[in-house]
Design a binder for this molecule. Structure first.
Ligand code: PMP
Length: 394
């Protein structure tokens, strides 16, 4: 045994300000085999293209580059196909050099925050917000300001009031398409106004868009980046290919992208050339990818409808709920104001889990709300999960 006086382990002040993710904790709690979990944001396991990934991996391994270190900004083949996808979606001329590939879009968000923020800087987030964004901004020492979300997405009037009141955020973060957790989509008129406000007040819009391609009816929403220059777009292969590839990307104004690339050098040198090569092959095979997207959209649409119909049958007017038009989430609120945090343990006893609304709160918690994902189970299982929820709620 050492006779030296014990020192506390060195932990940074910044860590103190980072709230643990209630959702990640919940995933542990709900991992029991007998619990149907509507809590996680996991894409459907039965729709992950495992055979296609295996074939592409075998092909990628034939070239030595796939198991080597690679360029920090990402392997060229992937940056090319992402540039093509982003150009088509935004109507802008995005080149390979404008794309930085990251380890999931979560890393892009983290690097972006570290590139743009100093401790004490103001950041606007949606309320309720994507929890992973709250963690990133808290870790960067930002001061968070919540703007409410209604059925048309972020309330841009409320944002403008904050700006008129003198708030000067550096970033405004939004999950504009098929919001996590609210399930709603920012209207095109609001997208254009958001860009006009960004130009007037000098902030950067962070368009966090992992769900945009999973539009149930019609084409994906036109991105915010189609409306203005002051936008950093984050994309992801997680929901359309597989999360384990850990492939995401950033398209941002050149100064910002260059900063992200520089910080990525010190963060992890480079991402995995192997999974990037696989993602490049799958995304570039447009015949296969379009068909794959079509089957994802069809399955998720049918699952969303099964879940909402079951909620209507079970709860009727006792709840209000979103009507998902894409993505993976439905937001439900009990009209009687009951506390969904207190309901959760009872629900788990009945074999079903969800995320209480309070987990996403920035300001006043929506304690009578909950988020459920419809992505993970086929329709009959979703119906069973809602029956369990109804039994727990009575
Ligand atoms: N943004 C949002 C809104 C998300 O919901 C998620 C994942 N749940 C991410 C970013 C991060 O995804 P990934 O790092 O897998 O690309």
């Amino acid at each position: 045994m050492s006779s030296l006086a014990p020192h506390p382990y060195p932990l940074s002040a910044r860590l103190r300000d980072v709230r643990g993710s209630a959702i990640r904790d919940l995933l542990t709690l709900t991992a029991r085999a007998d619990v149907l979990s509507l809590a996680g944001g996991l894409p459907a396991a039965d729709l992950l293209p495992r055979t296609r990934i295996a074939d592409a991996t075998a092909r990628a391994l034939a070239a030595p580059g796939a198991v080597q270190y690679s360029e920090t900004a990402g392997v060229a083949a992937l940056r090319e196909v992402v540039a093509a996808i982003e150009s088509a979606r935004t109507g802008r001329d995005i080149g390979t050099g404008d794309v930085v590939v990251t380890s999931g879009s979560q890393q892009a968000l983290d690097l972006l925050a570290r590139v743009t923020l100093d401790p004490g800087d103001d950041v606007v987030v949606e309320d309720p917000a994507y929890v992973g964004a709250l963690q990133v901004f808290q870790a960067a020492g930002a001061v968070l300001h919540g703007v409410p979300v209604d059925t048309d997405g972020m309330d841009v009037d409320a944002l403008e009031l904050l700006l008129l009141g003198g708030l000067r955020p550096r970033l405004v973060h939004t999950v504009a398409s098929f919001h996590n957790p609210r399930g709603v989509t920012l209207s095109q008129a609001r997208r254009a106004r958001l860009c006009a406000l960004a130009d007037r007040y000098g902030f950067l819009v962070v368009e966090d868009d992992p769900y945009g391609l999973i539009a149930f009816d019609g084409p994906p929403p036109v991105p915010i980046a189609a409306h203005g220059e002051r936008v950093a777009r984050l994309g992801s292969a997680s929901k359309v290919l597989a999360p384990a590839l850990r492939v995401g990307w950033l398209v941002a104004p050149p100064e910002v992208s260059a900063g992200v690339e520089r910080l990525k050098q010190s963060t992890d040198l480079c991402g995995s050339a192997l999974t990037q090569t696989v993602a490049a092959e799958l995304l570039a095979d447009t015949t296969w990818f379009d068909e794959h997207l079509r089957s994802l959209r069809t399955a998720y649409r049918s699952r969303a409808r099964a879940l909402t119909a079951a909620l209507d049958d079970a709860f009727g007017d006792a709840v209000t709920r979103s009507t998902p038009t894409g993505g993976m989430f439905c937001w439900v609120e009990f009209r009687d104001g009951r506390d969904t945090g207190a309901l959760l343990p009872r629900a788990v006893d009945h074999g079903v889990a969800f995320v209480p609304g309070a987990a996403f709160a920035v300001g006043t918690p929506r304690t009578s709300a909950l988020r459920c994902s419809f992505a993970g189970y086929p329709e009959p299982v979703l119906r069973g999960a809602v029956l369990r929820l109804a039994a727990a709620a009575t």
